[in-house]
Design a binder for this molecule. Structure first.
Ligand SMILES: *Cc1c(COP(=O)(O)O)cnc(C)c1O
Length: 369
């Protein structure tokens, strides 16, 4: 049996009636940028999060840039982010004009916790940028306390955590601002690029609306320097149609994760821990194994697709050598990159798919299913 990793074609088939109607509605409207669909999506996504304001933009990377800029980050500030995340988080800090400073992650969740952040807290750091990687939740309580004690601002990277929560409160509502991506493979994905920033601060939301469109306070009148980073009406209509499925799909992701967690107990496989009080969005299901590449090949031979998130920690990316970090600086992130393997967890997977993945992993370790 073939087990696909992404399955976006199956996802479209399951939602075809809704999605086709959404696209045709926009085509007939004659309005394609920053219209009613975008305004409605921003309201609906804000309601889903429990945030006062959502301002959409062109991508998740732009969302991180705008979230940092609106919160006041600039050339005089350093931003602390985890070494274990994908490159866009770091690219966005640089694009916002700020100085990136990296910290290691905790071994159980592979996200930023307060002790790893405190250990790397250089005096020029004014912003904490935790990433809720894999759909898990970074140590928001500890990082919030650290931010209060040191006068830092918290900005969340929620590109992988749509719908995740801590103590009943959604990720994206803890920071001064929070960035979301709607890249097609995310838990809430468009059919192209898209992103959004959430905030409870009306003045920041106003500023975000300016920054995404040339700094305009009204049409053709720029009161600060801005850019063009807008969500289009087609993507907004698609996201509105898909938003209603987010919660049930996250529930299905968690059910698959629970089956994996149970099946791998007793095997030499390290699964991710979920922080107490957290509900993970289970964007990815990474395991850590010593013979990662051999397991990957073993699964591929059985038609099971896997991924690696991520193969190289930020401090060892050649483009960022100028930051001055070296191999050995962030051992937890480095070890994770060498041993991590993401198993399929798309909500469209059937129980038979999940059983095939479990049997594939167990057989690698010489266990029968
Ligand atoms: C996907 C992602 C981004 C960037 O989003 P794009 O929409 O691809 O620009 C940023 N941070 C994290 C953690 C991501 O997974």
């Amino acid at each position: 049996m073939r087990v696909p990793f992404g399955a976006l074609d199956a996802d479209y088939r399951a939602k075809r009636v809704d999605l086709d109607a959404a696209v045709l509605r926009v085509l007939a409207s004659g309005r394609f940028v920053l219209g009613d669909e975008v305004a409605a999506f921003e309201r609906e996504f804000a309601a889903h999060l429990g945030a006062r304001h959502v301002v959409s933009c062109g991508s998740g990377t732009d969302a991180v840039v705008l979230a940092l800029q609106a919160a006041g980050a600039g050339p005089d500030d350093a931003v602390l982010l985890p070494a274990n995340t994908c490159v866009p988080t770091l690219a966005a800090v640089r694009l916002a004009g700020a100085r990136p400073r990296l910290a290691d992650v905790d071994d159980r969740t592979l996200t930023l916790d307060a002790s790893s952040a405190a250990a790397s807290l250089h005096p020029d750091v004014r912003f904490l940028l935790p990433v809720h990687l894999y759909g898990g939740v970074a140590d928001l309580a500890g990082l919030g306390r650290l931010a209060d004690e040191r006068g830092l601002q918290l900005v969340e990277d929620c590109a992988q955590s749509h719908g995740a929560s801590l103590d009943g409160k959604k990720t994206g509502t803890f920071g001064r601002t929070a960035a979301f991506s709607f890249y097609p493979s995310k838990n809430l994905g468009a059919y192209g690029d898209g992103g959004a920033v959430a905030t409870d601060d009306a003045a920041l939301a106003e500023r975000l609306r300016r920054l995404r469109q040339y700094g305009w306070s009204r049409r053709d009148f720029s009161i600060e320097e801005g850019r063009n980073s807008r969500l289009d009406e087609l993507q907004a209509a698609i996201l509105r149609a898909k938003l209603v499925y987010l919660e049930p799909e996250n529930t299905r992701r968690r059910a698959i994760a629970a089956l994996y967690d149970t099946a791998f107990r007793g095997l030499p496989v390290q699964t991710l821990a979920v922080r107490p009080g957290a509900v993970s969005a289970r964007h990815l299901y990474p395991i850590r194994v010593e013979r990662r590449d051999a397991l990957r090949e073993h699964l591929a031979n059985q038609g099971i697709e896997t991924g690696i998130h991520y193969s190289t920690p930020l401090h060892l990316q050649p483009a960022y050598a100028f930051l001055g970090y070296r191999s050995g600086d962030f051992p937890v992130a480095e070890k994770a990159c060498a041993t991590i393997l993401s198993l399929p967890i798309a909500p469209t997977l059937s129980d038979a798919h999940v059983d095939a993945v479990i049997a594939g992993v167990r057989s690698f370790f010489g266990e029968t299913a």
